[in-house]
Design a binder for this molecule. Structure first.
Ligand SMILES: [Zn+2]
Ligand SMILES: [Zn+2]
Length: 247
């Protein structure tokens, strides 16, 4: 749905009046609505159905991002309708801001993967030690992206909530989807998290600058490097490269 038409927008907007738990907003929808006055009018009328006595929200990104993580969790756990009532300014803003909608989609994808990993018992492929490991996926982030991201998160951290993992790259093959995310830890450190859905038996080979970590995936499909120093991520040449190796 790269160029959604008004029908797609209408269907997504009306999700706020249903029990759907699917994340409704996408960057593509936001791009359309930002330039379509008919869809903007529809957004306003759905908002008035949701909260008849409330004025239309203000629209700055900061106001949206303040509660974005909480909105994602509520959207996935309690549904779009409940989330829209609790955080109307977030629901409102995500319909027209491509940047915030992108953060929302990434955050929701990771949160959804975490829930899928925790809540379902997907069988892990049996370990057969005689088989060599083979790479089933690769993820990477350019060094300047990593540095800019860490710096902006340091600035935004207080307002945004330190515990929110942020997706830096994702990918998929025919069977699996992969994500690379980082999350701020204590004492100037970061946690680097690689996830595979459905889980596989294998390791994530995570290279940051000159340093390489070999981290086994757990039964939920997560491999973590806790306590990675900020200085390592901020060093100018520190690209992050991940190879996902299954046995
Ligand atoms: Zn439209
Ligand atoms: Zn925004």
């Amino acid at each position: 749905m790269d160029h959604p038409q008004c029908d797609h927008v209408r269907a997504a907007l009306l999700q706020a009046l249903t029990n759907s738990h699917q994340p409704a907003q996408t960057p593509a929808l936001a791009q359309h609505i930002a330039h379509c006055s008919a869809c903007q009018d529809l957004r306003a009328s759905v908002f008035q159905q949701l909260l008849p006595s409330k004025a239309l929200p203000a629209d700055p990104c900061a106001l949206c991002q303040l509660d974005l993580a909480a909105y994602v969790d509520m959207n996935l756990d309690a549904g779009t309708h409940t989330a829209a009532l609790a955080y109307p300014q977030v629901w409102w803003h995500l319909w027209t801001c491509r940047d915030c909608a992108k953060i929302f989609a990434q955050t929701a994808a990771l949160a959804g993967a975490e829930r899928a990993g925790v809540l379902t018992s997907i069988p892990v492929a049996r370990v057969t030690p005689t088989n060599p490991r083979h790479v089933i996926g690769r993820l990477s982030v350019a060094p300047q992206v990593v540095a800019r991201f860490i710096q902006s998160r340091a600035l935004l951290g207080v307002a945004y909530g330190d515990e929110t993992p942020m997706v830096l790259d994702d990918g998929e093959d025919n069977i699996h989807s992969f994500q690379l995310s980082v999350q701020r830890g204590g004492g100037g450190t970061w946690q680097v998290l690689v996830s595979v859905v459905p889980p596989v038996a294998g390791v994530a080979v995570i290279t940051v600058g000159q340093t390489t970590y070999h981290v086994p995936f757990d039964a939920q499909g997560f491999a973590r490097v806790a306590d990675m120093p900020s200085a390592l991520l901020l060093a100018g040449e520190s690209a992050i490269a991940v190879a996902i190796e299954a046995v």
